[in-house]
Design a protein around this ligand. Structure first.
Ligand code: RP5
Length: 168
């Protein structure tokens, strides 16, 4: 995992950012899915309130560094995805995390309730949200990348094939 705003992996097409090191236990699910789909990603701990300069420095060059989609995971009063979206034209996929006593309901509302004008696509709380954000990022990239589209189609096929017709 890259740790500095100045070392964005040149190949990474998807950036996974999260407000705390503690969020990685869930957000690494997104990186695993992207890797299964052959999509380069890179991950950073960037807090909108604890490391605001790190966030603006990262976003200032993200697009020119080749990032096409940003997945932002945060818990509690989760403003990371919204602030990120305010600083970039890249699509921002928000994952609310269950890291507070409210178990993600706070983060869900904070992430989904963006006032009109700055959109954040919001996913479900926790691991399922991280997984779906990665699949959604793949779907975005698949519009202009047939190889990704094919891998996404295979992922869906394998997922269907893994469902037993009868309970075992
Ligand atoms: C948010 O606050 C982070 O995304 C994290 O989920 C939550 C708690 O962070 P820590 O205090 O555990 O670092 O900013």
């Amino acid at each position: 995992m890259a740790n500095s705003e100045s070392d964005i992996s040149k190949q990474a097409r998807v950036a996974i950012i999260m407000g705390s090191q503690r969020d990685w236990a869930i957000m690494e699910t997104a990186q695993k899915i992207l890797s299964e789909l052959g999509i380069e990603s890179d991950a950073w701990v960037i807090s909108a309130h604890r490391t605001p300069q790190r966030l603006t420095a990262f976003l200032a060059t993200a697009e020119e560094d080749g990032i096409e989609v940003i997945i932002a995971g945060a818990g509690a009063a989760a403003h990371l995805a919204g602030v990120t979206a305010a600083h970039t034209l890249l699509p921002v996929l928000g994952v609310p995390l269950p890291s507070s006593d409210l178990k993600g309901m706070d983060a869900l509302l904070a992430t989904v309730q963006m006032p009109g004008g700055i959109p954040v696509a919001t996913f479900s709380i926790g691991r399922a949200g991280a997984k779906n954000a990665a699949l959604f990022a793949a779907a975005i990239l698949a519009r202009g990348d047939l190889a990704v589209r094919e891998r996404l189609a295979k992922f869906r096929e394998a997922q269907s094939a893994a469902v037993p017709e009868r309970p075992v």
